[in-house]
Each structure stands twice: as C-alpha cells, then as structure tokens.
Ligand binder design. Structure first.
Ligand code: GDP
Length: 472
C-alpha cells in the first residue's frame, strides 16, 4: 500500500527497508515510525489520518478479552420491491410494542430493538433495501451482522433479490431467507428454492447452508420462527462488545427538528453512551443533552447494539459517519474542526477507486490481486456470456470476480456497490441513469460501455496484461 501511494515498486520499498536494517516481507505491516522513515527515503512526508487520528486522541479505548460481553445482532432487511420488507419490519416493530414495556407508539428513528422469546434482543435497521445498506458500507460503515432477504413466494427471485444477495455477500454477511406471502394462493416456495439453487445458493432443507423460513409478513405468521433463525445465525458469529467504556458507533440518520434542534439516531456498537457525554460524529461535535429510545421514551444511557436518538449535536452528521463519545467537549470540537479543515483542503476528494487504466500501474507495483466487476446488460443472455468470458480471463496473478450482474440500466445502487467493493462497472448495450452517472463521477467509479462482447473482453484482457493504452 505504501509503495502504491508513493508510486514506486514494492521491491524498492523492501530493499530500502533492508538498507535500513529491517528485513520485511511484502505483506508485513510497518509501524508509524518505520513508515515515516521509509517514506522520507523516497522524499515523502507521511500524514496520518483516520485510525491514526483515533490513536492520537484515544478515540477508541482498547478492550481486554475479559471486558467483552455478548451483544445482540444487528439485522438489515433486503429484497425486491413489494416482496414485503416494510410489512415485515412493521409487524416486528408493532408486535414488540404490545408485548414489550409500556411506552408510546414506535416511531421511525432509523433503527429499533426488539425482544424475542427467551429475552434475547435483535436490533433492526429500519430502512429496508440494499441501497441504504450499501450507501453506509460505501462510507466505510459496517453496522449489519445478519441480512434477512425477503422473497415473495407468489412471485420469483427478481433482479433486486439478486442484487440484495450480491450486496449481502459482498459484505460477507450471513443470510436468512424469508419466503413471504405464503398465505397467497399462488405461493410456491419450492420454485424459489429452485431459483436460488440455480444461483448456487442451496437452502438448508435441500442440504445447503442457507436457512429459510416461510412467513406471512402481513399477518405475522411464523415471524417468531424467522427471528429464532436470525438468532441462530448470530450465535455462530459470537458477537461481543465491551459496554464499559466511552461509546463508539455509527450514525444511522440525522435531521434538524424545529423544536429540538439537531437530532441524530446513532447505533452504539461498543461502550455505553450517557447523557452529558461530549460527542463527535463526522465534522460535528456537541454534548448529549438527552437520549430517546424508539418509543420516544427518555433514557439515561445506551449500551452496545442499542439504537438511540441523540439530542445535542451542533449540526447534522451524515448517515454512515463514525460516532464517538469523547473525553472533553473542547477536544471533540477540536477534532471536528480539524476534520472540517481536512475536508476543505482535500476539496471533498473521495478515495481513488480502481479504473481500467490504473490496473497496469498497480500491476507494475505488484499489489493487484483481484479485479472486481459489475456487469449490467440489456438481455440476460449477453450478461451471462460476458460474465463467463470475463471470469475465464482469471490468471494466477489476478482473479476476475463478478461482484454483481443483472439486466437493466446502470443504477445508483450499482455505483454504490462498486464504491463499496472497489469494482469497475461494465455496461453492455445499456447506459447509466443520470443520477448513477453523477454519483460515479463523484465517487470516481470507472464505467465502461460496450456494444460488442469481444470488444469488452479484449479491453479487460489488455488491461489485465497491463497493456491498455491510456485513454485521452
Ligand atoms: P416492500 O416494497 O418490500 O417493502 O413491500 P411491502 O411490505 O410494502 O408489501 C407489498 C405489498 O404486499 C403490500 O400491499 C402488502 O400488504 C403485501 N404483503 C406483504 N406481506 C404479505 C403477506 O404475507 N401476505 C399477503 N397476502 N400480502 C402481503
């Protein structure tokens, strides 16, 4: 990575290390001091941002093994439009209010927590669909532990189902499938199982690893069983967090409320957030004036995997922003200002993503191993043909991985996925939507459009051989 940033070869970096008396290998991590010295040899000065900032200000306190306690899973519901995501989320939310503690009607604050049988808890992200999920992931937030993918049993596996599966898999999430609307006359869950099997997704009842549950989200039939399966998946993950330290989490949503000022929903991931804590998210700081749960009830504190509404930010942070409770308010303000300054200096420049032209350079540097591709095309046949041919281009040095493929124009969701998985997008006989093109420009995602299959293959092949002539 260092070689890449300095635009020199890995061998040069290694031999420089050796000349300084350090015997390092290609994938060895260098500490901050070494990085500074080595970069200096090449005439670069290193500035640490992000994690180094966390270290500098001790934003995240380290945990000892014995400090870790089990935490509840955080779940996202995804699937094709009209397959019942909202109905499922609504049912779970309402069922919880009647059976749960007293309080007002559950409001939409972006996430909510439910208590299931046995007293175990699950936290649901209340924005159905993979766009929100992938948008957060593209910003570096990894808040979900398990994905529920809803498929209407009276319909079939649809393009957005496939997208949801790919997005969940790209994030390495365990998936539980909810076959919904089984009350409907045309429901046929075996047809869905078959369609999934055709995508190499074998469900448990057919000897595979994916759990499924037949449900009717509208009436709530079998939703308890679905949640049990989610808990089972979560158990395998052995989720733990330390509740006894300053809170760390992610901003789920934020807005300006006329009466209350800036209101942000944050999901606490580690530590415990308390009223009075100085806080920091993105380039905004503040102090917790009040905390509310999803029933609008005031709470004094929120521990790991708990969503809470926070009053007291001096601005609205963005969904996906990292959130920290900090030692002092002055410190929070100080860090927020520094971040703001850095943002301005960089002109909001985003991370550089892979482009076809870049491949040759990265190959020469020797740190390019996997080419992620998203394919969109006008008909299924050509998408499949292109996908097969491109995968066959894989060599010992570079593996071609098709992160997602589908029929239809290139959408914002495709660009978000490309951002999250550092992929290039290939459009065959299709174009990007206006909003997708704009997002791709902002995020510097390489979109290549072709109308002849062999042209696409030739160009990718040339790029992989490091021989693509730069485009002018
Ligand atoms: P979303 O677009 O995935 O969020 O889907 P919705 O939750 O809005 O559901 C789409 C439609 O399907 C609505 O009219 C729901 O009432 C209906 N629906 C959802 N779940 C069920 C179910 O279990 N049975 C039946 N019969 N209809 C359902």
């Amino acid at each position: 990575e260092l070689a890449n940033m300095m635009d020199v070869s890995v061998t040069d970096v290694i031999s420089t290390c050796m000349s300084l008396g350090m015997f390092v290998s290609i994938n060895q991590r260098l500490d901050a001091e070494t990085l500074t010295i080595v970069a200096d040899e090449f005439g670069y000065e290193i500035q640490f941002v992000g994690t180094e900032e966390e270290e500098q200000y001790n934003l995240v306190e380290e945990d000892k093994e014995e400090d870790l306690q089990p935490r509840s899973p955080i779940v996202t519901v995804m699937g094709h439009v009209d397959h019942g995501k909202t109905s499922l989320l609504d049912f779970v939310r309402k069922a919880n209010v009647t059976s749960g503690e007293a309080g007002g009607i559950t409001q939409h604050i972006g996430a909510y927590e439910v208590v299931v049988q046995g007293g175990k808890k699950i936290t649901f992200l209340d924005t159905p669909g993979h766009e929100a999920f992938t948008a957060m992931r593209a910003r570096g937030a990894k808040v979900t532990d398990v994905a529920i993918i809803v498929i209407a049993a009276d319909d079939s596996v649809m393009p957005q189902t496939v997208e949801a599966i790919n997005h969940a898999q790209a994030a390495n999430l365990p998936i539980v499938f909810a076959f919904n609307k089984i009350d409907k006359p045309g429901a046929n869950t075996d047809r869905i199982r078959e369609q999934l099997a055709a995508m190499n997704i074998l469900v448990e009842e057919w000897g595979g690893k994916y759990q499924t549950q037949e449900i009717a989200a509208k009436s709530g039939l079998n939703i308890d069983k679905l949640l049990e399966k989610v808990l089972l998946e979560a158990e395998l993950l052995d989720l733990k967090a330390n509740p006894n330290k300053r809170a760390v989490g992610t901003v789920i949503e934020a807005q300006l409320d006329k009466g209350r000022g800036y209101v942000a929903t944050v999901l606490v991931e580690e530590g415990t957030l308390r009223v009075g804590d100085p806080i920091l998210a993105g380039s905004y700081s503040g102090r917790v004036k009040a905390l509310f749960n999803e029933r609008g009830g005031k709470v004094e504190k929120a521990g790991p995997s708990t969503p809470v509404q926070v009053l007291g930010f001096q601005g609205a942070p963005q969904a996906g922003d990292r959130f920290n409770a900090v030692e002092g308010e002055a410190e929070a303000r100080n860090i927020a200002n520094k971040r703001l300054q850095l943002q301005r200096e960089q002109g909001l420049r985003t991370q550089k993503h892979i482009t076809l032209d870049e491949i040759g350079r990265r190959l020469a540097i020797g740190n390019f191993k996997e080419l992620n591709i998203i394919i969109k095309g006008d008909v299924d046949g050509s998408v499949e043909a292109l996908s097969d041919s491109l995968q066959k281009l894989s060599t010992e040095e570079i593996v071609v991985k098709i992160v997602h493929k589908g029929v239809g124009q290139i959408s914002e969701s495709d660009v978000l996925l490309a951002t999250a998985s550092d992929a290039i997008i290939i459009g065959f006989q299709v174009r990007p939507s206006a909003s997708a093109r704009k997002l791709a420009e902002n995020e510097q995602i390489d979109i290549r459009l072709y109308s002849v299959i062999y042209k696409a293959i030739e160009e990718i092949k040339a790029a992989m051989e490091g021989m693509l002539a730069p485009e002018f």
